[in-house]
Design a protein around this ligand. Sequence first.
Ligand SMILES: [Zn+2]
Length: 101
Amino acid sequence: MANKWDERKKAQEDEYFVKKEKEQLAKLKAKQEAEAKEGAKKAAYMRCPKCGESLKARSFQKIEVDQCTGCGGIWLDAGELEQVAGKEEGSWLGKFFQKNG
Ligand SMILES: [Zn+2]
C-alpha cells in the first residue's frame, strides 16, 4: 500500500518536474530564438554599404559612430551628424552643416 502511494506520488512529482522543465526549456528556446533573430538582424544591418565589411561601433567625441573595419568609413545614425556638427561649430563640418541644414 505504502509503496503504491509512494510510487504514485513520485510519478506526480516527476510529471510536475517534467512539466516545469519543459516550460523552462520552452522559455529558454524562445529567448535564444529571439536573441538569434536580433543578432541576425543586427549583423545584416551592421555592414558597410560601400565594401560590405562589418562595422564596429566606436566613440567619436563621445558620440557613438560605426566605423567600417574594411575601408575605415564612418557611418552616423540619424541625429549623430547634428551632434558632431554641434560640437564642431566653427569648423568646416559645423559650417557645412549649417549651410546645408
Ligand atoms: Zn567599408
